[in-house]
Design a protein around this ligand. Structure first.
Ligand code: MN
Length: 269
């Protein structure tokens, strides 16, 4: 008998898994609080969370075959090398199991870009649903085209991606030309969907430990309701980013774990 504890009670081989966790502890372009320990503290919150979801009457941690792949080896200071490591990792994960749902834990929001660019090549007509206080549509930041506040401009300009933003309440004048290219509703979404949850979409009273907190945000119930609806669509990947927790047991990491459980509970078989 082995008395060992992993992220999930039972872990399956990647080949057999319905969903897999992949951490991406990257925050070299973060302008606010450091977020590279997000995967550590969200994992600890997932372990501490009861698996049973009263809303659906199921325990997705038992019902679904899950596995935790660990963290991508990011290269501090080099987005080029980190991006290659992210792309190679997705390629390997989906090469092993094309039907697994990859769930990425950030890290800063820039990690979403290589993921959605990769998935857009696999899934025609993909919609990226971005829950975020900010639009991240800046054309560049201090001369750098690749940053946590520019990634969505690249996604919005990708002809294979339809971007939908919910919860945005703070943006710069330079972002406004791109806003007309972005949807603002999840009604009627057809086809494959990628969900990216920037935890700053929540009000800072509920999620204070984020890279760049922004007053006037969502209530947890509102966020979880949207996550449940989107997870019932044809979800092909998701991420939870910008968790700036620096210790176990913070309310932001606990809410991130709830977002994860809500998405799993809402998944189609
Ligand atoms: Mn963001």
């Amino acid at each position: 008998m082995l008395y060992l504890r992993k992220t999930f009670c039972y872990e399956y081989a990647l080949e057999d898994a319905r969903a897999c966790l992949v951490g991406i502890p990257w925050d070299s372009t973060e302008t606010g609080m450091p977020v590279r320990f997000g995967p550590v503290f969200i994992r600890e919150a997932i372990k501490a969370l009861p698996g049973f979801d009263p809303g659906t009457g199921t325990n997705p941690f038992e019902k679904l075959k899950l596995t935790d792949m660990g963290d991508v080896e990011t290269v501090p200071g080099s987005w080029k090398l980190t991006r290659e490591a992210i792309e190679d990792t997705i390629n390997s994960v989906l090469g092993t199991n094309p039907s697994v749902l990859p769930v990425f834990l950030g890290g800063e929001h820039l990690i979403t870009l290589p993921v959605v660019e990769y998935l857009a090549k696999l899934h025609r007509g993909i919609t990226v649903v971005q829950l975020d206080a900010h639009r991240d549509l800046m054309p560049e930041w201090m001369g750098n085209p690749y940053s946590h506040i520019t990634w969505a401009a690249h996604a919005a300009g990708n002809k294979n991606i339809r971007l939908v933003q919910l919860g945005a309440r703070s943006w710069n004048k330079e972002e406004e030309p791109l806003i007309s290219k972005v949807g603002n509703s999840i009604e009627g979404i057809q086809g494959p969907v990628y969900l990216t949850v920037d935890l700053d979409v929540l009000d800072p009273s509920h999620a204070p430990e984020v890279g760049t907190p922004e007053p006037g945000g969502m209530e947890p119930g509102e966020l979880l309701g949207i996550v449940k609806i989107v997870s019932g669509m044809n979800l092909v990947g998701m991420d939870i980013v910008e968790c700036a927790s620096q210790r176990v047991g913070t309310q932001t990491a606990l809410l991130a774990a709830r977002v994860f459980r809500e998405a799993l509970a809402g998944l189609k078989e």
